[in-house]
Design a protein around this ligand. Sequence first.
Ligand code: LIP
Length: 253
Amino acid sequence: MEKLIELIRETKKIALDSGSAHDITVKGTADFVTRVDMGVQEFLRPRLRELYPDVQFMSEEKDNSGIDTRGRVWILDPIDGTTNLIHDYKMSAVSLGLAENGIPVMGVVYNPFTDELFCAKQGRGAFLNGDRIRVSEAESMESSLISVGTSPYYKELADENFEAIKRIFIKAEDVRRCGSAAMDLCYTACGRIDGYFERRLKPWDYAAGTVILREAGGCVTTTAGGEPSCSFSSDIIASNGKIHDELSSVINV
Ligand code: LIP
């Protein structure tokens, strides 16, 4: 893990290059890729292959059609929160997960703007800059802060999403929207928030954050209560575990 952490921290110089952050290509509705995304991906790809030659490499900005997720796979979001990066919002992260047989077993999420690095290995606990982290003690939504995602690439989901967000807002203390799924999962892991919900996330949005949150004592499922996919998009509910059923029942009316 130490070699991995060192490698991820080296991406800071790429991520903070504002010129590259504004060299933008439009992929789709509200969906962008910058020279930073590509720079981080192409910095990590050969170095991971050199350190771990037998592990496949899935990433947001490449063709992943040949990946067999029954094996060991790196799942990289080179910049999670690309729209935040473009707007200099300083809430973006390099998110690298390792999945075995479709289950995330190791994760590193690094926000170069705050220099906060979250990491976890299955069975070994979760850490923030080397300090052990745990989910919050909130026992009900009434005393909870819930982060919500708006699935901005899927405007057709707006009514369904904002109806669910309204239900969450009524039940919870308040809601937040950060724009990086990986950071939402890590903020839940260290107790800054108590839960998170977003539809149509990609495996690279949540692979690393899932193992970090689980190792911090939290819970990550699909909205149907299953295991999020490492191959396809999933609708995600994440929490400190204590409010998971209540949050799920508010979302799934
Ligand atoms: C983003 C997520 C965010 C979600 C966006 C997008 P990207 O990832 O982190 O929570 O709302 O739709 O998926 O595209 O910036 O890597």
